[in-house]
Design a protein around this ligand. Structure first.
Ligand code: ZN
Length: 470
């Protein structure tokens, strides 16, 4: 592959046609169904798909077909196919649904207005994960223009990822043989430790979400009259949470939710921590006095990729501060989000957490833990030697630095699904969700220099895949 001309080609396409298109895409508030139950009536999903499809269809790639598939009642799915000029099959994955707005965007920025500042394209959904379809097709096009062979490519861009991919299994079923039997899956929806080299994601944590509710009274009562007689539901909740998490250390208290971290993954975390150092914690927006739970970057990386963790993400039954009177509340409910180690059985974890929370309710209160979803994580199979070599040389060629690997604390449901379906498949899971890019939070941005280099790396890996032999 001619790196110089590939770089030039990729850069000019990003600047000339992709950025303007991504700007249109950012303007569409196509929130994932979980955050916009009326998504069908609102029509944003269809509009976002239309923006992407128009660009895809204009690509000069031999035999390219692009379609939007709509199964009844499900978010649309963008599916593209490119016939192979070499043996093998590749599946490229991304998603085009978005997280909700969230608060705290800086002055001059907001989720639905694209703004370019300091080489970063701000706005919701650009980095997570609008860019994926552009990088995928541009990588293939780059090969075609250099007359380099590539395997058959199927590109699947789903519309329900941010809701836990509820629509995806039906589409995988529907597409059947059109998905092929990929020997390589490329997923462009992952993190990167920095914007200076290619990052391979080698594991994902699972995710268990549920609502823990405590009912003590049938209605709120004057707190002067009732406290001391009835327990507060908030105090009961505190005690229940102590059953599953050590309040002093943050360690998940249920032994069954831990796994032994494979030695190879510990070594990867050490290598990544040596490069990232203070930025592992530095990427987190602490208030000036707050500090991370450890000063050791390796420990922080392993904590956030291989350890179970708990966080409370929402509450019901707690009045907002301005309208909080002296009332003993009748009921409080919390949304719990647990991240699970990559290799843990998520269904068993859900049952274990439910049992721990619901057994022997204090004061006979009505305690319920309703599981919303439990998704398993993923631990990558060992990298095939050809892929290892390809990723290293691609990172050197486009970034000028070696590639690194690390686990990711988040979840991509599709990867686990595919790994189960195609046990022999190799995975290239990478992305541009690096320091401060803040997918899901305020000030989400796409790092424009890094995304162009990642696009180059995808092209290089596709080229190497076509030449992998045996
Ligand atoms: Zn994503």
């Amino acid at each position: 592959m001619d790196i110089v001309s590939a770089t030039r080609r990729i850069d000019s396409e990003w600047t000339g046609s992709i950025v303007p298109c991504l700007e249109s895409y950012i303007r569409v508030p196509n929130k994932s169904p979980l955050f916009d139950p009326e998504w069908q009536a609102h029509g944003h999903m269809d509009r976002a798909a239309a923006v992407l499809v128009e660009w895809c269809r204009s690509q000069q790639i031999t035999g390219l077909t692009v379609e939007v598939i709509r199964l009844p009642g499900r978010t649309p799915l963008l599916f593209a196919e490119v016939p192979g000029t070499a043996p093998g099959e590749v599946l490229l994955y991304g998603h085009f649904d978005k997280q909700p707005e969230f608060t705290g965007w800086d002055a001059g920025l907001d989720p639905w207005t694209p703004v370019i500042r300091d080489g970063r394209l701000y706005g919701r959904g650009g980095a997570d994960d609008g860019y994926a379809v552009f990088s995928s097709l541009l990588a293939i096009r780059t090969l075609e223009e250099q007359r380099l062979p590539h395997a058959r490519c199927a590109i699947l861009i789903e519309g329900s990822e941010e809701s836990g991919s509820p629509d995806l299994p039906a589409y995988v079923e529907h597409l059947g043989s059109r998905l092929g039997t990929p020997d390589l899956v490329i997923c462009l929806d992952a993190e990167c430790g920095n914007y200076d080299q290619c990052w391979l994601t080698t594991s994902l944590r699972g995710n268990l979400i549920g609502t823990l509710s405590v009912d003590v009274l049938t209605e709120g009562v004057h707190s002067g009259m009732a406290t001391g007689i009835a327990a507060s539901p908030f105090r009961i909740l505190r005690g229940l949470l102590d059953r599953i998490e050590n309040v002093h250390t943050g360690d998940v208290a249920l032994e069954e939710l831990h796994v032994v971290t494979p030695p190879g993954r510990i070594a990867e975390a050490r290598a990544a921590a040596a490069v990232l150092g203070g930025t592992v914690a530095g990427k987190i927006p602490f208030v000036p006095t707050a500090r991370p739970v450890s000063n050791d970057p390796t420990e922080l990386l392993l904590n956030s990729t291989w350890k179970p963790t708990l966080t409370v993400t929402g509450a019901d039954g707690l009045p907002a501060l301005g309208s909080a009177g002296n009332v003993l509340l009748p009921r409080v409910a919390l949304k719990l989000s647990l991240r699970l180690p990559p290799t843990l059985d998520a269904t068993a974890a859900a049952a274990r957490v439910t049992a721990a929370l619901e057994r022997q309710p204090p004061y006979g209160a009505r305690v319920r833990f309703e599981v919303g979803s439990s998704l398993a994580g993923w631990d990558a199979p060992p990298l095939a030697p050809w892929l290892e070599r390809a990723v290293q040389s691609a990172s050197q060629d486009f970034f000028g630095r070696p590639a690194l690997a690390m686990g990711t604390g988040g979840s991509i449901p599709f990867i686990g699904m595919l790994a189960e379906r195609y046990p022999g498949t190799q995975f290239l899971v990478t992305g541009v969700l690096g320091p401060n890019s803040n997918a899901h939070g305020p000030n989400e941005f796409l790092h424009l220099a890094a995304v162009r280099k990642v696009t180059g790396c995808v092209a290089a890996v596709l080229a190497a895949h076509a030449n992998r032999g045996g």
